[in-house]
Design a protein around this ligand. Structure first.
Ligand code: D5M
Ligand code: FE
Ligand code: ZN
Length: 508
């Protein structure tokens, strides 16, 4: 297949393809099959297919004749067998697709922020661009008078324009309307959402600072303001197909807080026993046999100096002792279960996000079946893509988006998905490091988004993505008593990887 031949099927399907990607496909050993696979799996929000959008692993898995036998019908017996009679490492592969570890470039210079926000704008703007015909903000401000004159004589509808911008300010007028300031690399512009426009006003009331949206509507006569009639968010594509074909189970936990005096050690040890298959309930034992992965989304230990007077609530006062204790527990987990651990705000890595994985002097104590990743991290668990994010930004979403609550933590995770961004607001609870690339942008749509941090449990589907918040192993702390945060400890979501059905196991 020549590069020209490669371009045609994509063009027919409405996609453009980058020269690099076309070259890569043309030089592949099975280009036709690869093209077919890309068209079947491509995220529909992609407009220009680049090398990064090509799911080579999925292709290898599905295309190789011996691998095509990987169906959920065949595999469970193999999983049982491997559990009972030793295991093979290759059975439960873990691939880290994306995290910041060893890629951090930021030193804290002012220019880095400009570059960071430009990167965010271009990635998220690209997702919106195909759906509205947006123009640079500069072209509105430059032509202000001309636009105004044209409007006076003409039809309002035909003067409708669209812009894509980052939300830099949100105000409410004395009449209750919302005025939103949007910024793109060429300038900034104010748009107005009328309080009478009920649905749109509700959408505008949920906007948060620094997210990227498209706004469409006519301009006022002086050309200074847009009266919005449509807001376009990056969003997930509709009707996205889910990749399937895996088998067995994955278990999701977070916020273990080992070292805290409120760490629920008895419940935790029951959980470890369950992972070992050491459980009296027969149904639980069956589930245990099918477990292939344990995913841990941060706050493994309680740390030290995380909040004032924390020492008073610590059982283990040395953070490295806390990790050694954690390592002891993880040594008890059967080796065939592959464990993935990312950090949270209580862990011993930099607080600014994205966070790198734990340093070697900490991981050295842990067993070899663990893959340490950064926060956030995108991992591929035998064909199932899991985006792990500790979830500090959930505190921001609860504060600023009506309807988002600690009791239902997945409501915040839906907001992340709509924005295709894990933590939009700069300068609030999350300390964001200005890296070259915005690692919070949800580029590749995962099968599962896994968060923790808020210590409550939530399981919800949003447009074919499974959202999980995995609670905690810590009972209510003094701080949480004061703010009336009621944790949901020792409950564990378990996902069937063949169909994404999720059950909640309780270890209280
Ligand atoms: O956070 C657990 C939950 O408690 C999370 O929703 C934040 C909240 N929390 C905990 N400490 C504080 C302070 N000092 N200020 C505000 N909110 C807080 P975790 O990360 O496990 O401590
Ligand atoms: Fe926590
Ligand atoms: Zn946390």
């Amino acid at each position: 297949m020549s590069e020209i031949d490669v371009v045609t099927p994509f063009a027919e399907a409405g996609y453009q393809i980058s020269p690099d990607a076309a070259e890569m496909i043309a030089s592949h050993s099975s280009p036709e099959a690869l093209v077919e696979h890309i068209l079947a799996t491509i995220d529909e929000s992609v407009f220009v297919i680049g090398v990064e959008h090509i799911d080579f692993d999925g292709f290898e898995l599905n295309y190789k004749p011996e691998a095509s036998a990987r169906t959920s019908d065949i595999h469970p017996p193999i999983a049982y067998e491997s559990h009972l009679s030793g295991y093979q490492t290759s059975d439960n592969p873990v691939e880290v697709l994306f995290d910041i570890t060893d890629r951090s470039t930021c030193v804290g210079e002012y220019m880095e922020f400009t570059q960071y926000f430009r990167n965010r704008y271009s990635k998220l703007g690209e997702m919106i661009r195909g759906r509205i015909n947006a123009r640079p903000i500069e072209s509105l401000t430059r032509n202000r008078r001309r636009v105004g004159i044209r409007q006076e004589g003409g039809n309002r509808e035909s003067n409708e324009v669209s812009v894509i911008g980052m939300v830099s300010d949100i105000k409410t007028t004395t009449n209750g309307h919302k005025i939103i300031e949007l910024e793109d690399p060429t300038g900034s512009f104010s748009v107005l959402v009328r309080v009478a426009d009920k649905e749109l006003f509700e959408q505008a009331s949920s906007l948060v600072l620094d997210e990227v949206i498209g706004a469409t509507g006519p301009l006022t006569n002086d050309g200074n303001l847009m009266i919005v009639n449509k807001i376009t968010m990056p969003e997930l594509p509709n009707g996205m197909r889910r990749r399937t074909g895996s088998y067995g189970k994955a278990v999701f936990i977070s916020d273990v807080h080992i070292g805290s005096s409120t760490f629920l050690e008895d419940a935790w040890c029951d959980f470890i026993d369950f992972l070992k298959g050491d459980v009296s309930n027969e149904a639980m034992r069956q589930i245990s046999k099918e477990i292939r992965y344990l995913v841990v989304a941060g706050d493994l230990v309680d740390g030290i100096g995380i909040f004032p007077d924390q020492e008073k609530e610590l059982e283990i006062l040395d953070v490295y002792e806390q990790y050694r204790k954690a390592a002891e527990y993880f040594h008890e987990i059967p080796q065939h279960i592959k464990v993935i651990i990312g950090p949270g705000n209580h862990d011993a890595v930099r607080l600014a996000e994205p966070q790198p994985r734990f340093p070697d002097h900490i991981t050295a104590d842990f067993p070899g079946n663990i893959t340490f990743v950064g926060n956030p991290a995108l991992v591929n668990l035998d064909g199932v893509k899991v985006l792990m994010y500790h979830g500090r930004s959930i505190d921001d979403f609860v504060q600023s988006v009506p309807g988002v609550s600690y009791q239902e933590p997945t409501t915040a995770m839906v907001e992340m998905m709509k924005r295709r961004h894990l933590s939009p607001t700069y300068g609030s609870r999350v300390s964001i490091a200005p890296e070259k690339h915005d690692h919070f942008v949800i580029d590749q749509v995962p099968d599962i988004l896994h968060c923790g941090h808020v210590h409550t449990v939530g399981i919800q589907k949003y447009k074919n993505v499974l959202l999980i918040n995995s609670g905690t192993w810590q009972s209510q702390t003094e701080f949480q008593k004061r703010v009336n945060l009621v944790p949901v400890p020792a409950q564990v979501p378990v996902v069937d990887l063949s169909n994404f059905k999720t059950s909640l196991l309780k270890f209280e």
